[in-house]
Design a protein around this ligand. Structure first.
Ligand SMILES: [Zn+2]
Length: 351
């Protein structure tokens, strides 16, 4: 028997149109049109505040679990690529084939107009498909080229205190240029903040297990642990630091499980954790001790190293859809205190 299909539509509305729909009981012609609804469609507006909306957007799921199934291109337009507003030259040329003078003036403009934060790249470069990976994979979230990052890493390394077994020395780099240097920078920031013992080596690559921005795996029989960070991660430092946190946590747990637990507990008593609980989203993963610990660790290295890029990532996350991944200023002293006690007891932090 063929299943009868039930179609539901989730449409974001402004408060004004939602209020008017609630007030009238069913949509009038104008409201229906504003909300892209047919007058016969059932209207059940639900109001969310900005942080709830950010979380819904991030997870592409309503709090009751309904997936949003957002269309992959902007407004289903044929000319944009999934997850990208970039048009290709081919489509642009086809579209303006009968208006050569319009196309010509656009081409001239695109040739000489450079893009902010993309070096000397022009709009024309950006529209050329072969050039796109440069921007998607090469620069990470910061707009810095691999060469700029190399230079910066050299300076950080030179300024770091001498470490017996620095985390940056454990890394085998297999990631793409740009991403590779960002991951290396994250390890150098760790070295700036604390000492460490004899740890297993780590292969750093862009191969991510699962659906997130980064992953960590450590198989008992393998010589190396694996850290993967997506080449286009918007927060390459934070993601790498989070995964390094997983690596270090395994070592810290062996002698100080109680103190590792104290960090997770302090992180679990935060506003960020309360928001996750309130929205009941993915609580099992996001409120797990090891994840709370690693989010605290990533923020700890950013704050203690004082690195402007790492701090900007935290600020950007706090302002946007990723705010539950970082801890508020009011919660931070307790989490930082627990982390300092742990690292001091381990002998990794000289006070
Ligand atoms: Zn994690």
């Amino acid at each position: 028997m063929a299943a009868r299909r039930h179609r539901c539509l989730v449409v974001p509305l402004t408060r004004r149109s939602a209020d008017s729909l609630v007030h009238n009981g069913k949509p009038g012609a104008q409201e229906a049109q504003d909300a892209h609804l047919l007058p016969t469609q059932i209207v059940k507006p639900e109001m969310f505040d900005a942080s709830e909306a950010a979380l819904i957007d991030k997870n592409q799921r309503l709090p009751n679990g309904t997936p949003l199934n957002r269309t992959p291109t902007w407004s289903d337009s044929p000319w944009s690529e999934p997850g990208n507003v970039r048009h290709g030259w081919e489509l642009i040329r086809k579209r303006y084939a009968d208006q050569p003078e319009v196309l010509k003036s656009f081409e001239q403009w695109a040739e000489k107009t450079t893009l902010p934060d993309m070096g000397d790249a022009t709009v024309a470069d950006w529209l050329t498909a072969e050039n796109a990976p440069r921007f998607i994979g090469g620069l990470g979230g910061s707009g810095m080229s691999a060469a700029m990052r190399e230079t910066q890493n050299r300076l950080i390394r030179a300024g770091n205190p001498a470490r017996r077994a620095p985390v940056s020395g454990l890394m085998q780099h297999a990631a793409k240029p740009g991403s590779r240097q960002a991951m290396e920078k994250a390890a150098l920031l760790v070295d700036r903040v604390h000492d460490d013992g004899d740890l297993r080596g780590v292969v750093m690559s862009n191969r991510v297990l699962g659906g997130g921005d980064g992953s960590y795996s450590a198989r008992p029989r393998e010589t190396f642990a694996q850290i993967g960070v997506r080449a286009d991660s918007p927060y390459p430092l934070n993601t790498t630091l989070h995964e390094i946190g997983h690596h270090l946590r395994l070592e810290l747990l062996r002698k100080h499980p109680g103190l590792v637990g104290d960090v997770a507990e302090a992180a679990g008593n935060s506003e960020a954790a309360a928001l996750i609980k309130k929205l009941r989203f993915n609580t099992r993963e996001l409120l797990a001790d090891n994840e709370l610990f690693c989010r605290a660790y990533a923020q700890f290295i950013a704050e203690e190293s004082g690195d402007p890029e790492a701090l900007r990532e935290i600020a950007d996350m706090r302002d946007g859809a990723d705010r539950f991944y970082v801890f508020d200023t009011a919660d931070w002293p307790r989490i930082r205190g627990a982390m300092r006690i742990l690292l001091s007891k381990k002998g990794w932090l000289r006070t």
